[in-house]
Design a protein around this ligand. Structure first.
Ligand code: SAH
Ligand code: SF4
Length: 419
């Protein structure tokens, strides 16, 4: 039975909160994280930096903020002292409140952030998951709190949309992950969770957390363009994957305006079943979705589209489905990720038998498509695909009991990593 090493015991929780509380004291300073280069320049001009200098100053700041991960203006050694003081008076680089960090026995970590309400309502809570593997470290980032879509096998889909995340909040998930992992130059890891060897701890990001990124296009685009800027966080666009349930009009824009890799949550090979389990299919049926994939800007055999396919026992896992899948994807540079269904309290599905998943995979492979089975990672802390649902809706006691019972059953084949 997987064992959850919960670092939220009183000591660690207090430690995490103390670290972030100071940083999140409400004040009216503008946080510079999430501003693009032009906005940063404009913000500097606004507080009195001469226009002639502003571009150069913005460049310096950009490096300190995103390359070095500094949180403190006073450490920005190539910025004159009076300007550092002014920056400190007007702006902040404060991190959001990190209210929980959980570590799975397999090294996966899940962070729970609290962000301000930004308008009406209560503060919101958001989950981010880090999955270390031998050759990479993948960060799974959320784009919304909850989701407007209601895919029947997805835990997030049971949480109504609360709001879109801002570009700042999307980026903060990456930045705080790098803070915690000691993944900025000359910084050391915070806390006691597992940190893999290697220069870069976060090598890949996937927009596969809570929410539908293409329903928050502008903020996601802004955050990803900042994340891939090579004088800053410098993640290659080939190592950034945006996953959509099939918001067709956003697909071409993703290729043209962001230029990252694309993943499609397909999960069914006919419209009747997909209408049921991925209801956005009623608006954009399979044919339209696959046309958009065929025309995805930049798609090629070297830049394949990933099709995610959750393995639901007795629902979509027959060899006939495998055959249909191969037929549908003909002509599209594709790879297929088979995701063993990750159960959550109250879910109505079972994961396909392992033997069946292997048969399905073998068939798809034999027909020319790579079809790795993704290892479920972090299931014990509900960090695996589709299990995220923030503590904005805390688990009730009976849900927790169900979860514990489920842990006892989960044997640990495993999802976020290709086998
Ligand atoms: N909303 C986007 C991004 C979320 S990605 C999308 O749907 O693509 C999360 C991936 O995990 C999606 O492919 C989703 O369909 C899949 N998923 C959701 N619930 C799951 C579950 N319980 N088990 C396995 N995969 C699941
Ligand atoms: Fe939303 Fe994606 Fe979950 Fe569907 S699978 S409910 S689109 S987060």
């Amino acid at each position: 039975m997987p064992l959850s090493i919960d670092l939220t015991d009183s000591h660690t929780r207090a430690e995490v909160q103390a670290k972030t509380r100071a940083a999140t004291t409400p004040d009216d300073k503008t946080n510079l994280i999430g501003l693009d280069r032009d906005e940063l320049r404009a913000a500097l001009i606004d507080v009195g930096v001469p226009e002639k200098q502003a571009r150069m100053r913005a460049s310096q700041l950009w490096q300190w903020i995103y390359w070095f991960g500094h949180q403190d203006f006073s450490a920005m050694s190539n910025v004159a002292k009076p300007l550092r003081n002014l920056l400190d008076e007007k702006f902040t680089l404060a991190r959001p409140e990190l209210i929980e960090e959980q570590c799975s026995e397999d090294g996966t970590r899940k962070w729970l952030f609290r962000f301000p309400p930004r308008g009406a309502g209560k503060p919101v809570e958001v989950e981010t998951v880090y999955i270390p593997e031998s050759d990479r470290g993948t960060l799974c980032i959320s784009s919304q709190v909850g989701c407007t879509l209601t895919c029947t096998f997805c835990h997030t889909g049971t949480q109504k949309l609360v709001r879109n995340l801002t570009a700042e909040e999307i980026l903060m998930q990456l930045i705080v992950a790098r803070d915690r992992l000691g993944d900025f130059p000359d910084k050391i890891a915070e806390g006691s969770g597992f940190v893999p060897e290697g220069d870069r701890k976060v090598t890949n990001i996937v927009m596969m957390g809570m929410g539908e990124p293409l329903y928050n296009f502008e903020n996601v685009k802004k955050a990803l363009l900042i994340a891939s800027d090579n004088e800053g966080l410098s993640l290659s666009k080939r190592r950034i994957t945006l996953s959509t349930s099939g918001v067709v009009p956003g697909i071409e824009r993703t290729g043209n305006e962001i230029g990252c890799m694309l993943a499609i949550s397909l999960h069914a090979t006919n419209n009747e079943l997909r209408d049921e389990i991925v209801p956005i299919n009623k608006k954009y049926p399979i044919e339209q979705l696959l046309d958009a994939c065929r025309n995805y800007p930049g798609v090629s055999n070297a830049r394949r589209i990933t099709f995610e396919y959750v393995m639901l026992k007795g629902i979509n896992d027959s060899l006939n489905d495998a055959k249909e899948l191969v037929r549908l994807l003909k002509g599209i540079p594709a790879k297929i990720n088979l995701i063993p269904f990750n159960p959550w309290p109250g879910s109505n599905y079972e994961c396909s038998d392992w033997e069946q998943i292997e048969k399905f995979s073998d068939f798809v492979n034999a027909n020319g498509y790579a079809s790795p089975i993704r290892k479920p990672r972090g299931r014990d802390i509900l960090a695996a695909c589709g299990q995220l649902k923030s503590e904005s809706e805390r688990l009730r006691k009976n849900e927790r009991d169900a979860l514990n019972a489920m842990h006892a059953m989960v044997t640990g084949h495993g999802a976020e990593s290709d086998t």
